[in-house]
Design a binder for this molecule. Structure first.
Ligand code: GDP
Ligand code: MG
Length: 249
């Protein structure tokens, strides 16, 4: 069984389209049972109403009464996926802003079946394309990618921050057993890097598939706080590279 976790914060303009698209792809290409787990993170708009309007047995809506951040939403969704249903084999996370195409799901799930523990939909593989992202954001992402590749390389990974990933569920179960709720210790967008670095310590096999990022489909602005994300991410990289200088006591 495949669980697809959608962290959502004020996504009323995109979430319905995305859920319908996932269902279409699931029906056509994924004969395994697919569960869509939306984690509403205290949205102030009608995200909840949109999800409730599509209610069916494949759809679960989890709610944080207050906004807690992307990391907390992903944690809530992953925990639900791996512990509520013991027959979940693969957990996918993706943005709810309709920029990550569900068309890639089949390939990512196949890659897990072929032996990868983590599969990243990447902006930096031959065949990747990025449409509609400002030069500034592209440069920032590329800079971040190179900083990690040079400072704390994770074998197989070029895209450290993309939120579209497939994880072997067993690996996530081991990670939560080892670190408990500190497996995802970052509440904001830097959680994506946090997760990768932790899973690298479990010797996870990570691979990438090329993604076509349709940022031009995004309605509204990015919710990423760029400065905070860069700072949090740099701290994570520093701690990973120089653990002896980063101990808390
Ligand atoms: N749960 C939760 N999700 C968030 C929050 N901020 C953004 N998101 C979600 O995280 C994903 C990434 O945000 P997005 O605006 O697409 O960032 P971008 O793709 O980097 O521009 C989307 O699915 C958002 O709905 C938040 O505070 N809490
Ligand atoms: Mg996005």
């Amino acid at each position: 069984m495949i669980a697809i976790v959608l962290p959502a914060y004020n996504e009323e303009e995109s979430i319905s389209l995305l859920i319908e698209h996932i269902r279409k792809i699931a029906k056509k290409h994924l004969p395994e049972r697919v569960a869509i787990i939306v984690v509403d993170d205290g949205s102030a708009d009608n995200t909840i109403g949109c999800v409730q309007g599509l209610a069916d047995s494949d759809l679960v809506l989890l709610r944080h009464p207050k906004n807690k951040g992307l990391g907390e939403a992903i944690k809530t969704g992953m925990l639900h996926a791996i512990y509520q249903s013991p027959d979940v084999d693969v957990v996918v996370t993706m943005d709810s802003d309709n920029t990550h195409t569900p068309g890639l799901l089949k390939r990512m799930i196949m890659a897990v079946e072929e032996g990868s523990d983590v599969v990243i939909a990447s902006r930096y593989q031959p065949g990747s394309r990025v449409v509609g992202v400002s030069r500034y954001r592209q440069l920032l992402s590329l800079g971040m990618s190179w900083m990690f590749r040079l400072m704390v390389p994770v074998p197989g990974v070029k895209d450290y921050s993309c939120g579209y990933r497939a994880y072997r569920a067993e690996l996530l179960r081991s990670a939560f057993q080892k670190w408990d709720d500190q497996f995802i210790s970052q509440s904001g967008f830097s959680c994506m890097v946090d997760i990768l670095l932790k899973l690298n310590h479990l010797n996870a096999i990570m691979t990438e598939v090329p993604m076509i990022l349709r940022y031009d489909y995004k309605k509204g602005k990015s919710k990423m706080n760029v400065r905070k994300t860069i700072l949090d991410t740099l701290v994570l990289a520093w701690r990973e590279r120089f653990p002896r200088f980063s101990q808390k006591n």
